[in-house]
Design a binder for this molecule. Structure first.
Ligand code: ZN
Length: 204
């Protein structure tokens, strides 16, 4: 498989299609970095909750569910009360922050629990990555525009069985058929007819 990808990479190396693939790959790797950044930030907050002796009774919320019925699955009938743990005070909760490990529950949503510190830290840390993504998105729009095959475009055949892979020619006709867009590509004195999705526009 790797060999096939290498061969295709070689074939497309001078096309706009390859530029699109490259940008998409960079975009994907930025999202992976965002994921790992958020994951380690979450771990930091979890460690803080643990080392600061966060209250496991209310998980740093200051309230507990005292009663609920399964008749309303969304928790809208639930009753809440103050955390019964005497060691749990406003001050200890400020030190430990919230336990994020199990995420936001339906009760958190009802009580309006906001992971304020975490969300603030996350938006600060993720912002530069998102700026990169936006830049790549702009680039992608431009390159996609440039990749559009038109009459007169120089293209390379990279898929299909009718015309040898690697054939280079100039588009002299574009049209629709029952099977999608087709192109006529002039190769030497011949015109080859094939699916538009089998050709990639070469960079100028
Ligand atoms: Zn508590």
């Amino acid at each position: 498989m790797a060999r096939k990808n290498d061969a295709q990479h070689e074939l497309l190396s001078n096309t706009y299609l390859q530029l699109i693939y490259d940008i998409e790959r960079r975009r994907q790797s930025i999202y992976e970095m965002i994921d790992s950044t958020v994951r380690s930030l979450r771990e930091t907050f979890t460690r803080r909750f643990e080392t600061m002796g966060g209250c496991m009774t209310c998980r740093g919320r200051g309230w507990v569910v005292t009663w609920d019925t399964l008749d309303f699955m969304d928790g809208s009938a639930a009753c809440f009360g103050d955390c019964p743990n005497e060691a749990c005070t406003k001050e200890t909760r400020e030190r430990s922050g919230l336990d994020l490990s199990s995420g936001q529950s339906k009760y958190d949503r009802i009580q309006g629990t906001v992971f304020f510190d975490f969300e603030k830290a996350r938006s600060i840390m993720v912002a530069p990555f998102l700026a990169c993504v936006r830049k790549l998105d702009d680039e992608l729009v431009t390159v996609r525009e440039m990749s559009i095959v038109k009459k007169g475009s120089k293209v390379i055949v990279f898929k299909g069985r009718k015309v040898p892979i690697g054939t280079i020619g100039t588009v002299v006709w574009i049209g629709d058929s029952t099977w999608g867009a087709r192109v006529g590509v002039k190769v030497g004195e011949d015109v080859k007819w094939l699916s538009a999705s089998n050709v990639a526009k070469l960079r100028e």
